[in-house]
Structures are given as structure tokens and as C-alpha cells.
Design a binder for this molecule. Structure first.
Ligand SMILES: Nc1nc2c(ncn2[C@@H]2O[C@H](COP(=O)(O)OP(=O)(O)O)[C@@H](O)[C@H]2O)c(=O)[nH]1
Ligand SMILES: [Mg+2]
Length: 255
């Protein structure tokens, strides 16, 4: 199974080099066939130069540039359209996610489920230097989603997740242009009947640069997409569910 890793990046010159290096080292150790698609979204620092330099040394690194309107969701969607793998993992350019967890996702997507979801908020999961206010908002938001959809899974709002390519196809059309894509994909995947496995994951704060996430700017957009998917579940009588004959089939440990 070929893996595409989609990495949205904006002004990550201080992080992207390490992020790519750590991913390559870990995925090579696993012996996987993969591509790393970095989607730049109008960076004004040396992000692009850094990616180009590395891409010229390793053809598995691909740089995409979102030349149109900017936004996290737009950039990730560009990456998803370009991905050639049988499965996709979306991971952050700032090095917050652990490459070990990308390998865990890969094996889940091969043998266990259509989607690989991590949780930082279960036994075995961890966060390092998570901003306190963001943590409170995160826990409230995830509890709200959990109750609304009747889920046990408690980390929907983290973008770092893995999907087989049929899942991405089955979630279209996608509506989110910003960070709200982060909840649109997993919620639709669940509501539309794709299977998922949850594993504990680690997260640590970025070493360089600033977070661009703003709860104030994104709150209503998150609510829009949450209610959109909730209404789909409530009112559409399963019209958008995955076809019955597309049940999950394991790949076996083929690489
Ligand atoms: N393509 C793109 N990526 C973005 C944008 N804003 C943030 N990112 C990337 O998305 C990831 C998460 O963003 P970050 O600002 O760290 O948010 P936080 O981790 O939620 O605090 C990082 O890899 C950023 O480089 C954007 O507007 N466009
Ligand atoms: Mg971050």
C-alpha cells in the first residue's frame, strides 16, 4: 500500500526541514513506499526554499503551492487531490505530530480500518506544552461533538489523521476552506459509515514560529460544519452512506 502524507505549511521555515527529515527517517525504517506532499500557502519566509532544496535531493518530497485564495482547508484539499497513494495521512508542518504515530496509522489503514484516528486524551496519549486556554476550548468542543453524535472518540478536532483514499472520495463534496476541514473529514467519514480505529498519540508544541489557529475566527465555522454533518445524519436517510459493496478489505502486510 502506497502512502501519501499531506503537510499543509505556512511560514514554517524554522520547522519544515526537521519535520520532513524525521518523517523520512521513520518511514524508511518501516520500509514503506510513500510520498510527502507539502502544500505551501503563501509563505513569506524561507519555507519554499527549504522544501525545494530537500525535494531536489529526494524525489519523494513534492512541493505544491496554493496560488489561489489561502486557507488551511483549501491547501489541504489541494494536497488531497494531488495525492497518488492508496491512503493519506494529514500531518502538521510544525513538527507537533510524532512520526511513530504516522507509522501506526499506516498499519491500521493496511489491515484494520478505513480510517486511523489518534487521541491525545486517552491512556497512553500525551501533550507537551499545550496552551491552557486552548486545552479548555478543545475539551469543551470535543465533548460537545461527542454528545451530539453519540461517539466515544474524544479527539475529533485534531487534523492529524489517516484515511484510505475511498474515504476522501466518499466525503466529497468538501465544504471547509479553513481549519474546520479538520472536523469535516472525520465526522463525515463516521456518519457515512466508514470504519475507524483509535490509537493513543503524542503531540508537542512547535519549536519555532507562531500558531495561526484562532478560536475566535474559527468557532462559528466549526459550528457550521458540525451542524451541517449532524443535519445530514438526521435528515438524509443515509443518502450519502458508503455503498454496501465497498466494505473494508485488509491489504495484508503488503508494502
Ligand atoms: N496551508 C496552510 N497551512 C497552514 C495555515 N495556517 C496554518 N497552517 C499549517 O497548519 C498546521 C497547523 O497550524 P498551527 O498554526 O500550528 O495551528 P495549531 O497547531 O492548531 O496551533 C501547521 O503545519 C501550519 O504550518 C494556512 O493558512 N495555510
Ligand atoms: Mg501547530
Amino acid at each position: 500500500m502506497n502512502l501519501s502524507v499531506v503537510i499543509p505549511a505556512r511560514n514554517e521555515g524554522g520547522n519544515i526541514g526537521n519535520t520532513l527529515e524525521n518523517l523520512i527517517r521513520r518511514l524508511d525504517r518501516e520500509g514503506l513506499s510513500f510520498e510527502l506532499i507539502v502544500v505551501d500557502d503563501g509563505s513569506e519566509d524561507d519555507t519554499i526554499a527549504e522544501i525545494e532544496r530537500r525535494a531536489s535531493l529526494d524525489s519523494r518530497i513534492r512541493l505544491l503551492r496554493n496560488e489561489g485564495q489561502h486557507g488551511f482547508g483549501r491547501a489541504v484539499r489541494l494536497g488531497l487531490r494531488a495525492a497518488s497513494g492508496d491512503a493519506v495521512v494529514i500531518t502538521m508542518a510544525d513538527g507537533s505530530d510524532d512520526p511513530d504515530d504516522v507509522a501506526k496509522y499506516y498499519h491500521i489503514l493496511c489491515d484494520q480500518a478505513d480510517c486511523a484516528f489518534g487521541s491525545r486524551w486517552v491512556r497512553g496519549g500525551s501533550v507537551e506544552d499545550y496552551p491552557p486556554l486552548k486545552r479548555v476550548l478543545n475539551r469543551i468542543g470535543n465533548t460537545f461533538i461527542r454528545l451530539l453524535f453519540g461517539l466515544r472518540y474524544n479527539d475529533i478536532t485534531n487534523a492529524f489523521k489517516g484515511y484510505r483514499k475511498e474515504v476522501i472520495q466518499g466525503c466529497r463534496p468538501l465544504w471547509s476552506l479553513h481549519f474546520n476541514l479538520t472536523v469535516e473529514l472525520p465526522l463525515k467519514a463516521i456518519v457515512r459509515g466508514y470504519s475507524y480505529v483509535v490509537v493513543p498519540i503524542g503531540w508537542r508544541s512547535r519549536k519555532a514560529g507562531e500558531s495561526r489557529f484562532s478560536a475566535k475566527e474559527m468557532g462559528s465555522r466549526y459550528l457550521y460544519i458540525i451542524l451541517n454533518v449532524w443535519l445530514e445524519r438526521l435528515l438524509t436517510k443515509g443518502d450519502y452512506q458508503r455503498p454496501q459493496d465497498e466494505r473494508f478489505r485488509p491489504w495484508g502486510h503488503s508494502k
